[in-house]
Write a protein that binds this ligand. Structure first.
Ligand SMILES: [Zn+2]
Length: 215
């Protein structure tokens, strides 16, 4: 199963990614992770990437694609993979297609977990975290028994700085602007699966599995 996973911040993409890789026994390939691994191991690609990152520059598409391609040739990818955080641009998507063609394989599906922007904002803005143990609550969907206090240890709950309405809205907006062209690109190829991410976690996962069918 060769998959790409797309989804806006706060839609629960990480949780679904974990469940998918477990079910299909494929590696979860996040570009952030492979970059960090390459830099840590001091590979040529890692050194090049670090030069850009140290300068606060975006790593060029060409280099990102090389690093991903290198990762896809590893043995654990023989039965497929789940790409997360890549591709981000049409350019990268086209480069990926070319590399996969050279390898004699192709993508099966692009799983696009979607949710209404207002719902994502409400989820993020209502999130509260325990100062003591880090447990997560939601003022509306998962409130503590006593307002503002952790059920487990009575710790005080706080809201993360980047969970304000404005920051969350911007975060989602940036994501949507960046990703819509990609969604269109894969839509045209007929391999996109639009999944409603507002449903409970288990239900979202079941929908994904059903939609993937016997691939
Ligand atoms: Zn706590």
């Amino acid at each position: 199963m060769r998959l790409i996973l797309l989804g806006p911040p706060g839609v629960g993409k990480g949780t679904q990614a974990s469940a998918i890789v477990k079910k299909y026994n494929v590696p979860h390939i996040s570009t952030g992770d492979i970059f960090r691994a390459n830099i840590k191991d001091g590979t040529e690609l890692g050194k090049k990437a670090k030069e850009y990152m140290d300068k606060g520059l975006l790593v060029p598409d060409e280099l990102v694609v090389s690093i991903v391609k290198d990762r896809l040739t590893k043995e654990d990818c023989v039965h497929g993979f789940l790409l997360d955080g890549f591709p981000r641009t049409i350019n990268q998507a086209e480069a990926l297609d070319k590399e996969l063609t050279k390898m004699g394989i192709k993508l099966d599906k692009v799983v696009n977990i979607d949710a209404d922007k207002e719902i994502l904002i409400e989820r993020a803005v209502g999130r509260r975290i325990c100062k003591t143990c880090g447990s997560s609550y939601h003022v509306k969907f998962n409130p503590p028994k006593v307002e503002n206090l952790c059920d487990i240890d009575n710790g005080e709950l706080f809201q993360r700085d980047d969970d304000t309405h404005e920051t969350v809205a911007t975060r989602i907006e940036v994501y949507l602007n960046q990703t819509q062209p990609l969604i269109d690109y894969y839509q045209e190829k007929g391999i996109i699966l639009n999944i409603d991410g507002t449903k409970p976690i288990d239900e979202v996962f079941e929908t994904i599995v059903k939609a993937l069918g016997d691939n």
